[in-house]
Design a protein around this ligand. Structure first.
Ligand SMILES: [Fe+2]
Length: 167
């Protein structure tokens, strides 16, 4: 991805604000990467026992994650299920994993507040494993399927997903 000013160039498309909007795969994979970067920053601060920094970084990470999960659950998944004709497909598995992520984020917030580094790192390791295998499934299966099945609704849905407010 080449950056110039605040435009991001991805193949044929570029948009202001650095948001890749030409596909669900591009937009949501970019958001996964953003969440991963914030996760790493929070983990680094916690590892240094910089608890003020860790609290800030963790809050930014948690807000980005909750916003991502909300955009998927309130917009992408319902549209996907409507096209599929049922709710028993991959979105059900993804929602169950989102619930596990939210629980881990709550516990991590407690460990930051308690300044408990061992607890934080243990929870962070579990969340990282969960995010990795979850994101691979989304990026390799769900987003490409969404790009095919929802091609006609994509621009509208992406615009609404991008407008989901931070948690
Ligand atoms: Fe997800």
């Amino acid at each position: 991805m080449a950056r110039r000013g605040d435009e991001v160039y991805l193949g044929l498309h570029h948009v202001p604000g650095g948001i890749a909007m030409e596909s669900f795969l591009a937009y949501l994979s970019t958001d996964h990467q953003r969440c991963d970067d914030l996760f790493a920053e929070a983990e680094t601060a916690a590892g240094r026992r910089d608890w003020a920094g860790a609290a800030d970084k963790f809050q930014a990470f948690r807000a980005a994650m909750l916003r991502h999960l909300e955009a998927e659950e309130s917009l992408l998944f319902p549209a996907f299920e409507a096209r599929l004709g049922h709710t028993g497909g991959p979105t059900r598995v993804m929602c169950n994993e989102h619930a596990q992520m939210r629980d881990l984020l709550d516990s991590m917030a407690d460990s930051v507040a308690a300044r408990d580094e061992a607890e934080y790192q243990g929870l962070a390791e579990t969340l990282l494993w969960l995010m990795r295998q979850h994101n691979v499934k989304e990026e390799q299966i769900l987003y490409p399927m969404s790009d095919q099945m929802l091609a006609d609704a994509r621009a509208d849905l992406l615009e609404r997903m991008a407008a989901v407010s931070p948690a």
